[in-house]
Design a protein around this ligand. Sequence first.
Ligand SMILES: *[C@@H]1O[C@H](CO)[C@@H](O)[C@H](O)[C@H]1NC(C)=O
Ligand SMILES: *[C@@H]1O[C@H](CO)[C@@H](O)[C@H](O)[C@H]1NC(C)=O
Length: 312
Amino acid sequence: MRPILALGLAAAALPTATALKVGANDAWIEHTPFGYSHKNFYKGDASIISGGVASLASGAELGGNAETQGLKQYVTHKNYRLIYIVVEATYRLVANKASGIKTLADFKGKKIGTFSGSSAQVFVDTLLGSAGLERGQYSTVSGGMCMRAPCGANTFPSQLKSKAIDAFGCWETAVELGIEAVGEENVVVFKNASLYREIYSLYATTENLKNANTRKQIVQYVKALNDTLDVFRNDPEKVYPFVAKECGVDIPVLRKVWPEHKWGPGDMGEGLIDFLEREDKYLAKVDKRKEATREELKRFVDTSVYEEALKL
Ligand SMILES: *[C@@H]1O[C@H](CO)[C@@H](O)[C@H](O)[C@H]1NC(C)=O
Ligand SMILES: *[C@@H]1O[C@H](CO)[C@@H](O)[C@H](O)[C@H]1NC(C)=O
């Protein structure tokens, strides 16, 4: 009798831990620390579901997405919080020299591949905006994503090569594949991380952060993720096979684009608020809505989970 009774008591004393569901797009390099952590660092139960920050509305406790999607969702979901920065990725804009592009000003009248409504579009508009070009002075077209060569005819790297587009800007490994398709000597590459970088973050809802049990799990999750990112930052050779398999990319290409990824923890201070404020102004204009106030953006960024994780 005794062992069984003891077991029953121990089970009753445990808080009910549900498995955490993390919404993320599994095609992207940025999301791979989640799975790596589930395998190697996070002690609880967690799984990835296809999605992103929007998954918070359909049962996920956590979501991973660029700040762009976070800001877009925040418009109608004021209960969403950005709780941790997983990676800051410098996007690149690659142009075919044959199109006569040497500087950002040369993009006037050019055809640029990007993904409408995504962080890639924010990047392209922001970068070209810094050279005084406005939307309408260049055209943007969408195309297929390619993460591994050979790239299909309808994807950006192939379109750059066939001159169907003059340039394209988005996340990796597509840009690297574009450079390789046309030849390093035949392209010019633009980037400016202080103007625009993707801030791929982890999001949760205020409801889940207020629930003591769920919050505890989320704090432990962030702690494990932070430990994971030490490996991503300092020992990348160890994670390349996992990342390559998860998103279907080749390791030599991955190795080349790794320096464009600054793995967390990111700085969630005033600099982030400034960055979000600038981007939200831009998004509000494009989406024809009211911009979030600085106070609202300050509420959107919740550093308390990370601060608790520091005490573990
Ligand atoms: C990046 O953009 C900032 C802000 O516009 C600018 O001050 C800086 O010179 C740019 N850096 C490069 C390398 O162009
Ligand atoms: C996250 O990692 C950084 C870099 O290793 C470290 O300085 C920081 O204390 C870690 N934070 C947590 C919550 O573990």
